[in-house]
Design a protein around this ligand. Structure first.
Ligand code: FMN
Length: 513
């Protein structure tokens, strides 16, 4: 089993680290004439327009982020409007801006470089307003395109070794990643970005599903070739990353899996020419699961135990009083969200606001790889610059105790500037949240696929943080970082851990774009 040979994940991770020197010794220039298309287009398949005028769920964003999954004993079956809402508020176009290089269509979830390499497909049974089939979602014209007619959920149940949520779901959304669309700018780091950018989108998808009264879960355990074949992907260019079963039908007769012939549908090329980065294809292959038995075994193992760490001075998190909780709906917050481009470095935020962001985002993701529920792979470390109620310094978020532990006191704006790839944003924010993970333990437990899991989990928690931040009318941006310098900064506490993700939070400078 290739997945057990974890040197592959280490090779990819170590080989794609950023450092002060790697950035200078490998400068990369963007070839604007070869800029990738932001949409996958099937020119010969008729679009089925989705409704655009959707009734609001009315659920406050913070409630949607922490809503519990509806009971598995009752029916929750999405209709066409639910499906349209979930797809649009996960991957739809929310803003459009003209730049010297052309027009950019910004989407519902944050994405590295606004390159939008994550595509969505739908595998549905007969639903109110939707015929059973395999569809591709195109955000450009807000429509579905039918790729295969009929009910193929039996194929997904088989590919996931009858994962319970997939087996009971009336519809499952599949997220894929298109290498070149992101690698045009980020080269071999794109495989990390698959997890990050899929994760931010998943945060929206889970919240909007919950607000629609529909359970949803992230499923990472599946036989890759079976799912890729169902979608007829050209796997040198595009691969399946995760499945999201939506809704629940307790009595759910599944059709028997059927053979799926190649479709040979024409698609518009992403660019005039593409550059292949073999390390990413190797990483994907090495983290692929090859049989149902392997999937079942992968899912059934023991959880990763949290790394023991000594407790230091602790500051308990504070709750925003009920009357101070923002009431804007999840849809309003998603439409308002947009990464902050300049922070007001004279601003500060209250500890209660930061606490709300941390608790909403880390309440436990519904995911097949996080068992028992509530388990988390990433640890959160903070550089606090200006949070009322906290001394400036470096902190560790001890999730199970709901508190922040002071690791070292001091003003670290210059260090944050360096760690965040010498960008101004992390220096001017009120707080920077770094995600670090004990990769050795994670790879030991999950094999190479643990690498996919830890990156995707970080993106999803980061995506929830974006939403909890914008719900409170604050600003945030994802950032990239100098890997080993991050670990060193938080050591000895973080010794042996790897840097995975970074999000800066603060107040946007008024008038800045
Ligand atoms: C994981 C992640 C990393 C990012 N890294 C950076 C960064 O290093 N510098 C930056 O200015 N923006 C960064 N961004 C912000 C993106 O450029 C932004 O999400 C994208 O342009 C889409 O715009 P929007 O978030 O306003 O919708 C990052 C976003 C994400 C999700």
């Amino acid at each position: 089993m290739k997945n057990r040979d974890i040197q592959a994940a280490w090779k990819y991770h170590d080989g794609t680290k950023h450092s002060y020197w790697s950035i200078r010794s490998n400068p990369h220039f963007l070839d604007w004439a070869n800029r990738p298309q932001p949409f996958k287009i099937y020119p010969n398949v008729e679009p089925l327009s989705l409704p655009r005028d959707l009734p609001q769920t009315g659920m406050a964003a913070l409630s949607a982020l922490s809503a519990s999954v509806p009971s598995a004993s009752s029916d929750s079956i999405p209709d066409l409007q639910d499906l349209a809402r979930i797809l649009y508020f996960s991957a739809g176009i929310t803003k459009q801006r003209v730049y010297p290089g052309g027009e950019i269509y910004f989407r519902a979830a944050a994405c590295t470089g606004a390159l939008y390499e994550i595509e969505l497909y739908v595998v549905s049974s007969d639903l109110p307003g939707v015929d059973a089939g395999v569809y591709h979602f195109n955000p450009a014209d807000v429509s579905l395109r039918l790729l295969r007619k009929g009910d193929f959920r039996g194929n997904l149940a088989q590919a996931t070794a009858r994962e319970p949520a997939v087996a009971a779901a009336p519809v499952t959304i599949i997220c894929t990643g298109t290498y070149w669309r992101n690698a045009w700018k980020y080269q071999a780091r794109t495989y990390r970005h698959f997890g990050w950018d899929n994760g931010t989108l998943l945060a929206n998808m889970l919240a909007v599903s919950a607000a629609s009264g529909l359970g949803a879960e992230i499923v990472l355990g599946f036989v890759d070739t079976e799912v890729n074949r169902l979608l007829d992907l050209d796997t040198g260019r595009e691969v399946s990353l995760c499945l999201v079963p939506i809704g629940h039908r307790p009595e759910n007769p599944l059709p028997t899996p059927t053979e799926v012939p190649a479709l040979g549908l024409e698609t518009i090329p992403v660019s005039q020419h593409e550059v292949e980065y073999p390390v990413m294809l190797e990483m994907h292959d090495a983290s692929s699961l090859q049989s149902e038995e392997e999937v079942a075994q992968w899912r059934g193992k023991q959880p990763v135990l949290a790394s023991p760490a000594p407790a230091k001075a602790e500051v308990p998190l504070q709750r925003l009083p009920q009357e101070a909780q923002p009431k804007d709906t999840i849809e309003q917050v998603i439409l308002r969200r947009g990464s902050t481009r300049v922070f007001d470095k004279t601003a500060s935020i209250a500890l209660a606001r930061l606490s709300t962001i941390l608790t909403c985002a880390t309440r436990g993701l519904p995911a097949d790889f996080l068992q028992p529920p509530g388990t988390q792979l990433n640890d959160l470390y903070l550089i606090v610059h200006s949070v009322e109620g906290l001394e400036p310094g470096a902190y560790f978020f001890r999730r199970e105790r709901d508190n922040l532990e002071l690791l070292k006191e001091g003003t670290f704006r210059a260090e944050a500037h360096h760690l965040g790839l010498e960008q101004q944003l992390p220096a001017d924010a009120c707080v920077d949240i770094f995600f670090l993970a004990d990769l050795s333990r994670i790879l030991e437990r999950y094999g190479n696929r643990g690498y996919r899991a830890v990156q995707m989990e970080a993106g999803a928690i980061g995506g929830r943080m974006y939403l909890a931040t914008y719900a409170q009318r604050l600003g945030a941006t994802g950032l990239t970082f100098f890997d080993d310098d991050v670990t060193n900064f938080f050591s000895p506490h973080a010794k042996g851990k790897s840097a995975i993700f970074l999000l800066a939070i603060g107040k946007p400078l008024r008038g800045a774009h």
